[in-house]
Design a protein around this ligand. Structure first.
Ligand code: 15L
Length: 279
């Protein structure tokens, strides 16, 4: 796979899961930026604009994916199972589906896959720690385990097939931070657009992982130092007064308050307290 892209205008970009929350923002903000922007989802949303290039694509259909990826330069793989999906659906869409996307991309000559992972892949780290992409995985949920699988697939295809991959561990993608945890994890829409744009366009990347987070004073994750040169501008601290007007620190249940993953960690938590590895 060659990584000889020249400028954004030359690129043909396909987004899986384009009807979802992140996809809906990207498809509006990236309109007109690329030679082609192909929007893929199981079914297009109810309201689409006439010039949107929608296709129906299922990540569980490898043959269909291969045909859609012909002459695509970059696949942005957003498609994911809903958080409340059954384990059967979640593992199929997030593991089998992600494998299918990378395999079809490699077979079709796609030069890069941008894979959306999640901050929950390191959710069981203490909130007192500041992580970078080399910190150990401590997934906090079934969902996070499937994202760990996806990151492993991305690494495998980079190492074995030379398929360039950028892995984005999305924080809390919201118009504004909704609670105290999001003062650390917030990813604004504008910063997300900057990050995805750089992930799509920065040449010469073999494999790179980055936390998708704004320039939050309380961030759990260190600023990006990679070749991507991601430089977020929004800071959740600007919304802190509003958040604290609605809740106190003690409103967060004790287990949520300990760990970066918050309620994902608390869900089903039954570990006895007092063990040596407690944060
Ligand atoms: C995620 O990975 C989820 O997809 C999203 O719904 C939020 O829970 C987000 O993380 C978060 O950590 O706030």
């Amino acid at each position: 796979m060659s990584d000889d892209r020249h400028s954004a205008k030359d690129l043909s970009v396909l987004i899986t899961g384009a009807a979802g929350e992140i996809g809906s923002v990207l498809r509006q903000r990236l309109k007109g930026r690329y030679r082609r922007l192909i929007l893929a989802d199981i079914a297009p949303p109810d309201s689409t604009e006439a010039d949107d290039a929608w296709i129906a694509a299922d990540v569980l259909d490898p043959t269909g994916l291969a045909s859609h990826f012909a002459s695509v330069d970059v696949v942005v793989h957003l498609a994911t199972a809903p958080l409340d999906a059954s384990w059967d659906v979640m593992q199929r869409v997030n593991t089998e589906g992600t494998w299918n996307v990378f395999a079809a991309a490699a077979a079709s000559g796609v030069s890069r896959v941008v894979y959306t992972s999640s901050n929950h892949i390191t959710g069981f780290h203490s909130r007192a720690d500041q992580l970078d992409p080399s910190s150990p995985l401590r997934p906090d949920s079934h969902y996070a385990v499937t994202k760990a699988y996806g990151e492993a697939v991305a690494r495998l295809f980079a190492d074995k097939k030379g398929l360039s991959s950028v892995v984005i561990r999305i924080g809390s993608f919201q118009p504004a931070p909704q609670n105290i945890r999001m003062l650390s994890t917030w990813l604004s829409h504008a910063d997300a657009v900057q990050l995805f744009t750089k992930a799509i366009e920065t040449p010469g990347i073999d494999y790179q992982t980055v936390y998708g987070v704004s320039a939050n004073t309380r961030s759990f994750w260190k600023p990006d130092t990679s070749k991507l040169n991601y430089r977020p501008v929004d800071n959740a601290e600007d919304h802190a007064a509003h958040v604290f007007a609605r809740m106190n620190v003690t409103d967060e249940p004790a287990v949520e308050r300990l760990f970066q993953g918050g309620d994902f960690c608390a869900d089903g938590y039954s570990r006895p307290t007092g063990s040596t590895d407690d944060p």
